[in-house]
Design a protein around this ligand. Structure first.
Ligand SMILES: *[C@@H]1O[C@H](CO)[C@@H](O)[C@H](O)[C@H]1NC(C)=O
Ligand SMILES: *[C@@H]1O[C@H](CO)[C@@H](O)[C@H](O)[C@H]1NC(C)=O
Length: 239
């Protein structure tokens, strides 16, 4: 009987791609772990993550804690495949993971690449015209990443306070729109039917990823006047 037990044991395969994996915040990652013989299912196994503050290994649970509803075992129909899929990755998921069966374990280091918003040091200056539309650019340096927490676009009020812009309400209704052009890391804001009051300081804000400041100037009447004067001149020249 003992011999039979031994033959049923699973020895974990070392990862052929090394034990270091990079993934993007907001995305998902498969942490590979499998028995050298994929037909063998270990009696017990665990996935744990190193808690660096307490210096302890903590069991990963899909039911509670940091990984709640974000982890899933994906066997791909092989009993000996113990791989772990983590989705909606957040920065805190980075670190060391251990996949352990009786008498064998592998350690995987997961590095998370997050979003850093393009920062222009000084506010980016943009000029647009009343009645027209303008795109206020804001995006992660890597367009495949997304900020963990996007605090949205803000507008600086006359009292120098940052006021949140929510496209569904009040003066912003229908005229302010987030357009990502199919890139999750693109958080640009499109403002249409511009009025002179739309001019001012805007901030695209994301906790942990930085911010982008934009100074928008909306030109209106003066432009019409200069255009009017120009046409007057042309009139006087042609008449
Ligand atoms: C384990 O299952 C995952 C998900 O189906 C698959 O991507 C992976 O290739 C499998 N690993 C092995 C060694 O078969
Ligand atoms: C973001 O999306 C807008 C709207 O589709 C597009 O015009 C702009 O070029 C995009 N920005 C980047 C950096 O891809």
């Amino acid at each position: 009987p003992y011999l039979a037990d031994v033959s049923a044991d699973c020895t974990l395969a070392k990862n052929e791609h090394g034990s270091s994996i990079k993934a993007r915040a907001g995305g998902s990652v498969l942490l590979p772990c499998y028995c050298t013989d994929l037909h063998k299912k270990p009696e017990t196994f665990t996935w744990q993550k190193l808690n660096t503050t307490r210096n302890t290994w903590e069991v990963i649970s899909p039911e509670s804690g940091q990984y709640r509803d974000r982890v899933q075992l994906v066997t791909g129909h092989s009993p000996g495949n113990l791989s772990l899929l983590i989705s909606h990755l957040i920065k805190e998921d980075g670190g060391h993971y251990i996949c352990a069966v009786k008498g064998s374990h592998i350690i995987i280091k997961l590095t998370l690449q997050g979003c850093t918003l393009v920062n222009h040091e000084r506010p980016l200056r943009i000029t647009a015209h009343t009645g027209g539309s303008v795109l206020l650019p804001c995006y992660c340096t890597d367009l495949h990443t997304t900020p963990e927490i996007f605090s949205g676009w803000k507008y600086k009020t006359v009292t120098n306070m940052w006021e949140e812009i929510s496209s569904g309400s009040g003066q912003y209704r229908d005229r302010f729109q987030l357009v990502n052009g199919h890139s999750p890391g693109n958080l640009s804001l499109l403002i249409s039917h511009l009025t002179e009051e739309d001019g001012g300081d805007y901030r695209c804000d994301s906790k942990g990823s930085g911010y982008t400041d934009i100074r928008l100037t909306v030109e209106g009447k003066t432009l019409f006047i200069s255009a009017f004067l120009r046409s007057m001149c042309l009139d006087s020249l042609t008449s």
